[in-house]
Each structure stands twice: as structure tokens, then as C-alpha cells.
Design a protein around this ligand. Sequence first.
Ligand SMILES: CC(=O)SCCNC(=O)CCNC(=O)[C@H](O)C(C)(C)COP(=O)(O)OP(=O)(O)OC[C@H]1O[C@@H](n2cnc3c(N)ncnc32)[C@H](O)[C@@H]1OP(=O)(O)O
Ligand SMILES: O=C(O)CCC(=O)C(=O)O
Length: 405
Amino acid sequence: MSEPHIRDNEWWVSPYNNAPDVVAARQLPAKVEIHDATLRDGEQTPGIVMDVADKVAIAEKLAEVGVERIEAGMPAVSEMDFTAIKEISRLGLKSKIFSFARAVTVDIDKALDCGCHGVIIEIPIGYPKLKYQFKWTWEDVLRKSVEVVNYAKKRGLYAVYFPYDTTRARPEDLENLLTRLMQEAPPDSIGIVDTMGCALPEAIKHMVRRVKQLTSLPVEVHTHNDFGMAVATELAGVEAGASCIHSCANGLGERTGNAALEELMVALHVLYGYDEQYRLDKLPELGALVSRITGVPIAANKPILGSKNFTRESGIGVDLVVREPLAMFGTHPALTGRAGDVVLGKKSGKASITYTLEKLGLPIPEDGLVNEMLKQVKDKGIAKRGLVSDEEFLAIARDVMAVKA
Ligand SMILES: CC(=O)SCCNC(=O)CCNC(=O)[C@H](O)C(C)(C)COP(=O)(O)OP(=O)(O)OC[C@H]1O[C@@H](n2cnc3c(N)ncnc32)[C@H](O)[C@@H]1OP(=O)(O)O
Ligand SMILES: O=C(O)CCC(=O)C(=O)O
């Protein structure tokens, strides 16, 4: 099934997504790239350590899924990170390999030694960060930025200027900085970084438009999930013309995490119709690998990857799980290599019983007996405060049939 979310030329998502005023306000780029930072920001999730083999395995899976860029780590953090980035660069993956650098030339040298295609050059510009942490003047920020962007570019690296905590910089400071940077050391692209996840989607749109106007450079967006909006703010960035968005698999990352790779990929395809060559069916494998390596479980109701996303206990319309999944779920389970499922419990209906009987290869008895099975399933679910297993259902079904006989 190549386009399971399209049927009769209709997208099975909200038609209001394409209301005339909504479409008119959009400046979607022709192509959106994903820059995945699982191996750097994802590893910044407290307590997580990935060794070289782990990082290589995740990088290979990210490339298989089809991310355009992999941020393989920050070599300054440890020898192990340096080695991992170097190994990943050597693999010749289809994804371009980036490393993360402070605005210091030694970090750029490390990116070069690792054989990276590009580098993310981070420098703090948020008002609270500069005032309370770094105590740098704007001239300091500009001087460091100019020196290091020029240094990286002269050595052939693709330079992403990443003035982090961008969304808490004063507008006039950000504009002055970018104007002068463009005069003295234009990078290859500019990141808008919502380090604390505190910008609204409309604010990100405004910033993307303004930065594009000021610099005429490609803009990328990197957001965090402190208010549960990381994916929404990145998609808002795309709506305003950002052509690269940053992600972490399973939504890992500092504090509440980054925009989840799997959510972004599926949203780009299903909600916006981007037809990038992503292997969405491989996302569960990537999620499982990252979860196993990091020890961070995937919540059962996590968008795209949660084990219960395509599971229906409620009886009303339960037959749709198999007959027409798009009428029951937000996306077709097959899109991400998943399948719908019906489980039994307090909220089951008659169709749940007949579905389960068929699944277990049992004949469907007369209505009265199905109703009796349903009653017993509900009683069991209530008594257990949980689901009724196949084994428990089989016992119920046998009892009901035995009484009839
Ligand atoms: C929003 C954020 O949190 S930003 C990045 C977060 N990521 C990390 O911290 C990665 C993990 N960190 C580490 O392993 C360690 O902190 C290291 C190896 C990177 C640095 O450790 P330390 O030796 O303690 O260095 P320290 O934090 O004191 O900073 C060293 C220097 O880098 C400077 N620096 C820090 N960030 C930047 C930057 N973005 N650009 C330029 N210089 C920077 C500091 O001002 C300091 O300069 P100084 O020596 O002149 O005072
Ligand atoms: O958060 C960090 O550790 C550094 C930069 C970054 O990823 C961010 O600001 O969001």
C-alpha cells in the first residue's frame, strides 16, 4: 500500500487544513529536510550514555529511515564521542554527517578531524543566558561568531549558525547580530533555536519570516517540548518557510525532549503531503532500537510508536479497526508498518466478541450467546480493572457454549 491515507483522491485528514485562508498564509518550502540530533541532544537526556557501537547502530538506522542529516555528536564531550563521529562519517551513509561545536576553533578542528560534512556552531544569545551565565557583550558574541563561522567555512564545512536560546533574545539584538554577521561572515544557514520550548507556534512563524527576510539564507528550526509544542512549533516553522527541522527519535533530548522524529516524518507526509522518500514503515524498528539502547521506554500512547495507538477496546465502531482503519485512526496503521487490534474489556461491544471469536478460529454462535459472552467479558474487565486476555475469553466462551449444550 503506497498511500494508505489517500482514498478516492481524498486525504483522510481535516479538510480545514486546506481552508483557503490557511493555505494563503502558508509559505511551504518545496522540500523539507530532517536534521536528526538523537546522537547529541538525545544523549543529553540525563543518565543516557551511548557507546560507539550504539551510535553507529542508531546512525545506520536513521539513514535507513531516510533522514537527510545526522548530528552524530559533540566531539568535545569525550574521546568516545570523537571516535563515534569519526566512525559514522566513515560509513558513507546517504545522510550527511554533522557535529556540534561551540563557537571555538578547536571544536571546528575536531569536526574536521572527524570527517564531518558540516557543523552546528552554537553560541548563546538568549537574554537570561547572556546576563546570568556567560556575561558576554553583544560585541563578544559577534566577534566569536564571525571568527568561527569564517574558520569553518574556509575549511569547507557546511556551517549552520546556531544562536541558541534564540527565542529569548530581544528582537533588536537578534536583528543587529544577524545583520552584522551577514556582512562579516555569512554562514550557510541559520538555526532558530527554542532552547526552552517557550515560543508559541505563531512566534516561530514570525521569527522564520523575519530571519529569512534579513539574511536570505535557508532557515532551520530546533525546538524543545517544555510546553508540549515541539512538533507544533517546528511545523509552524515549515509553514513559514523553514527548510530544515531538527529532531530526536522517540522525542528524547534535554528535559522534556526535542521534536520527535517519527511524529515530524509522519506529519510532513500525512498532514502536508510532502513526498520525501522516508521509510515510515521502519520507524518502529528505529524507536525500538533507541529505546533498547537508552533504556527509555516508549509510552504506550506515544504518537506514532505507542503500543496502544491502534488498539481499540471501546465497542462502538470496533469493526472498523479491520474493515476501514482510516475511519477509526488518525493514520493508517500500515503506513508505519503497524496493524490495528481489538482488545476485550469493560468497554467491549458485540462486534468485539464476534471479532475475537473469529480471530481465535471459533464459530459465531446465536445472538443470545454473544450477548451472554459480552456480559461476562464486561464483568471480568470491571472485576480485574483491566483487559480480558484471550485465554480468559476462551474460558468464558467455552462456559457459555457448554451451558447452551
Ligand atoms: C543550552 C546548552 O546547554 S548548551 C550545550 C550543552 N551541551 C553540553 O554541555 C555537552 C556536554 N558537556 C560537556 O561534556 C562539558 O561541559 C564540556 C566538555 C563541553 C565543557 O566542559 P568544561 O571543561 O567544564 O567547560 P566549560 O563549561 O567551563 O566551558 C569551557 C569554555 O567554553 C566556553 N563556551 C561554552 N559554550 C560556548 C559557546 N557556545 N561558544 C563559545 N564558547 C563557549 C565557556 O565560556 C568556557 O570558556 P572559558 O574557558 O574561557 O571560561
Ligand atoms: O540544549 C543544548 O544543550 C544546546 C543547544 C540546543 O540543543 C538547544 O539550545 O536547544
